[in-house]
Write a protein that binds this ligand. Structure first.
Ligand code: ANZ
Ligand code: ZN
Length: 806
């Protein structure tokens, strides 16, 4: 018998499978469709990571099983190819991003093929390809024409000394520029936004129908941040009034100040002459602080009074107006009522500046804590005729009475912001907008798409956007009046590219539209989506947003893109630290494939631990699975050459149980336990000395999704001519696959007293008898008489005594 030579075997079958696009879906098939999608990678210079391999192996296993079960499967792969790293690399080395990206893609493709993943390579797409980004631009215009894309001011990180915009990751933790170490400040630029907030409610509500990890759903819920409260209007002494948003209207009688964000538009108007200088200085000082800093709990609260006041809506007392940077301008109304006794931030703020702290809520039981705010709900006091009410009822009543005075109403706010899609970068899809001195802002006419990225660009960072400095790019005339016009010089956030790629895969070569509605109707929504939990919020939220917009305008017939989502756990380094270059613990899949083969790497990554948990790399583990594959090889050969007899009853039972277990485990992403079951089966088979070629065939098919190359070779060793992937997934016989023993719970008067391990078929009378003989049961029956015994076969025996029966 030959040794298992993975090197030549894996190459051979990869070449064979790539002939005639073996894994592409059938056209006009009568089979049911199934769409399995991996989060497509950013083709970085480092090549594929073992973390990619984890997710991609899992989908490959599911896909191969589905095909064996006679589904028509769509399983495409492509590249999220625009992005900052290629541009930074270009700045450092002078290699054009198009060139380095093409090289990286080639490397990724080679690596993925070396792992034997069954992608339909005829559908490969790259978001940096004009044939793709033409449609990204078309979709931008689609949103624009439907009022969902607009221009507004938003701050960017700006380095004065480099005169350039910096991405967040280019700003060091001390707030300086990574290139020149000078201070980075926030500068307002006109930028493009997508109106995601229009969809806040539906993005929230529709989560319910999704088969997604609860953790991810919770993160989306949090990110959207729906907040139910009351808008209360504080009327000023002159001709102004300040609405504040509060979730705790019940604390209204504890207000010590109304606090505005420093950027609040009223600040200039209301500040008294005496306070003007202090206010200006404060605004200058706080400008440039990031939102995270401002809202963080560590930062010491600061602020200054404006000198102006408003009236309390019930007591009519004067309330001072302050500004403070813990109030954000773009949440709620950009103003808060400051209630030191019941809000921790307000408590610290008031403490620092000697503002009064009047408690108005007391706990229903016990005492309020000392030295901090009491932030829970409770009963009102110090609150005039609302005294004695519970917080919830008080909030409602206060809102109702304010409503009558036209000084407030119930309100709902969202933390979700509109999506800022402008990037002052080169390596992205140009935003298809023109500016004409006469006609103003105009969409690029559709027939002029794509707006190509020019190549004559100096992308070294100076100025606002690299494209602004390209001559050829701006040689364009106004489509309305024909005069010379300028193009928008910002490019789109790469999350725009990935918000619709799953649609493109359905008809990747479509030239007339972004996607064929027919093809999308056939495949979408995606049945199974696998990828990193780091995309929990942005990518997944944006893809959902795009889907809803297209659904609302009748371009697609579904409102959610991904039915089932699974996140792989992180693959950590040997000592459970994150893999990173600096730690020197990165495992390169190429090395593992070279030493052990693709099947061993695939199997090992699935065997490491629970798919969804983080798990460390263990170099010993891969030896173990490699030995297992060797033994599969030799045992199958044994069955072919040694004329083993038909499998005996025991081995047959184990086979059927294994078929059931492997099938169920694949569906539940419990690959590690599926593989253990296969290992147990192999052990028994090797020992047992029965199990002929027919038995071997079943084992090989079961193994095929996990170790496709080995299985394909063995399938041919078994004398078959066709691919093992044209076979059918084995079916188990329920009578054989059933567990022989089950655990039966024994109760006395409904309380569990014992468990018994019994034969599955044990009849009712025997179960009764066994239960009554149980030591624990007898102890619990002392002094009682049995009234009746209820038996649920295979599950439960409940002994009811006279005491209970009465
Ligand atoms: C008075 C009050 C009393 C509040 C109290 C809380 C407790 P969420 O759940 O996030 O919506 N707030 C409102 N707008 C703000 C802004 N622009 N910047 C910073 N804080 C803001 O939180 C709503 C609460 O956050 C509001 O309720 C308000 O403080 C504050 F005992 O109003 B509260
Ligand atoms: Zn014009």
């Amino acid at each position: 018998m030959s040794k298992y030579d993975f090197k030549s075997i894996e190459k051979k079958w990869q070449a064979e499978w790539s002939k005639e696009n073996f894994f592409g879906p059938e056209e006009n098939s009568s089979k049911k469709n199934f769409y399995v999608l991996d989060m497509f990678p950013y083709p970085s210079g480092n090549g594929l990571h073992v973390g990619h391999v984890e997710g991609y192996t899992a989908t490959d296993i599911v896909v191969r099983k589905r095909r064996l079960e006679s589904w028509n499967v769509l399983h495409p792969m492509g590249w999220d190819a625009f992005g900052l790293p290629a541009e930074n690399y270009a700045i450092k080395t002078g290699v054009h991003p198009a060139e380095s990206t093409a090289k990286n893609i080639e490397n990724y493709r080679r690596q993925l093929k070396s792992l034997g993943f069954s992608y339909d390579w005829s559908r490969e797409i790259s978001t940096a390809d004009p044939a793709y980004y033409r449609w990204t631009q078309w979709l931008f215009l689609f949103l624009y024409k439907n009022g969902l894309a607009y221009k507004g001011k938003a701050p960017v990180n700006w380095c004065d000394s480099c005169a350039t915009v910096l991405a967040n990751e280019q700003v060091l933790s001390d707030g300086t520029c990574e290139r020149c170490q000078s201070e980075v400040r926030q500068k307002d630029l006109e930028q493009w936004f997508f109106r995601v907030t229009n969809y806040a409610d539906r993005l929230l509500e529709d989560l319910a129908e999704l088969d997604w990890p609860e953790k991810i759903k919770a993160m989306q819920v949090n990110w959207i941040g729906r907040s139910v409260g009351v808008e209360i209007i504080f009327v000023g002494e002159k001709d102004f009034s300040i609405p504040v948003f509060t979730t705790r209207a019940d604390t209204l009688f504890g207000v010590s100040a109304v606090v505005l964000a420093p950027e609040h538009p009223l600040v200039q108007k209301i500040t008294t002459p005496e306070q003007r200088q202090v206010v200006e200085d404060y605004i200058k000082k706080t400008r440039g602080k990031s939102e995270l800093e401002r809202t963080g709990t560590e930062l010491e609260k600061s602020g200054v009074p404006t000198g102006a006041t408003v009236q309390h809506p019930f007591t009519g007392k004067e309330v001072p107006i302050w500004i403070a940077d813990y109030v954000l301008v773009n949440y709620g109304t950009g103003a808060v009522m400051c209630v030191p006794a019941h809000d921790q931030r307000d408590y610290e703020f008031a403490g620092k500046y000697g503002l009064p702290c009047l408690p108005v809520i007391r706990p229903e039981n016990g005492e309020a804590p000392i030295g901090q705010a009491f932030t829970e709900k409770g009963r009102l006091f110090n609150s005039e005729h609302f005294d004695g009410l519970h917080s919830t009822e008080a909030s409602n009543r206060i809102a109702a009475e304010l409503g009558k005075k036209n000084l407030g109403q119930p309100d709902v706010k969202y933390h979700l912001r509109d999506w800022l899609i402008s990037r002052q970068r080169y390596w992205g899809a140009p935003i298809p907008i023109l500016y004409c001195d006469q006609c103003g802002e105009l969409p690029v006419p559709e027939e002029q798409l794509p707006v190509l990225l020019p190549t004559d660009v100096d992308f070294r960072p100076t100025g606002e956007s690299p494209l602004a400095r390209s001559e050829s790019f701006h040689a364009v005339n106004c489509p309305e009046c024909g005069a010379a016009a300028r193009r928008e010089s910002d490019t789109m956030d790469t999350f725009v590219d990935s918000s619709w790629y799953f649609l493109r895969f359905c008809s990747p070569h479509e030239g007339e539209r972004p996607f064929s509605s027919h093809a999308v109707a056939e495949w979408c929504p995606v049945d199974l989506y696998v990828g990193g939990a780091e995309h929990a919020v942005l990518h997944l939220l944006y893809a959902r947003f795009f889907t809803k917009v297209l659904f609302d305008h009748g371009l697609i017939a579904f409102a959610e893109p991904f039915k089932r989502l699974v996140n792989p756990g992180l693959v950590l380094g040997e000592n459970s630290e994150k893999m990173s270059k600096s730690r020197g613990n990165v495992v390169n899949p190429d090395d593992v494939v070279g030493e052990f083969g693709a099947d061993a790497l695939r199997l090992y990554e699935m065997f490491m631990g629970d798919f969804m948990d983080a798990k460390p790399w263990d170099p010993q583990g891969i030896n173990g699975v490699a030995r297992f594959l060797d033994r599969v090889w030799s045992t199958v050969h044994d069955a072919v050459h040694q004329e083993r007899p038909e499998a005996d009853t025991e081995l047959t039972r184990l086979l059927h149980k294994t078929i059931r277990k492997v099938g169920d485990d694949i569906e539940a992403f419990k690959f590690n336990t599926a593989i253990s079951a296969l290992m147990i089966l192999l052990n028994e088979w090797t020992k047992n000395k029965t199990g002929d070629k027919a038995f071997a065939s079943q084992v090989v098919i079961l193994l095929a999704p996990f170790a496709p190359h080995l299985a394909e070779e063995l399938w041919h060793v078994l004398g078959n001519e066709q691919s093992v992937f044209l076979e059918s997934w084995p079916e188990y016989r329920a009578d054989l696959a059933r567990d022989e023993t089950v655990e039966v719970i024994v109760q006395v008067d409904g309380k569990m007293r014992d468990k018994m391990l019994v034969e599955v078929d044990t009849d009712t009378e025997r179960l009764k008898m066994m239960a009554l003989q149980s030591e624990a049961v007898r102890r619990n029956l002392v002094g009682l008489a049995v009234a009746k015994v209820i038996v649920a076969k295979g599950r439960l025996v409940n002994i009811v005594t006279d005491k209970e029966a009465e």
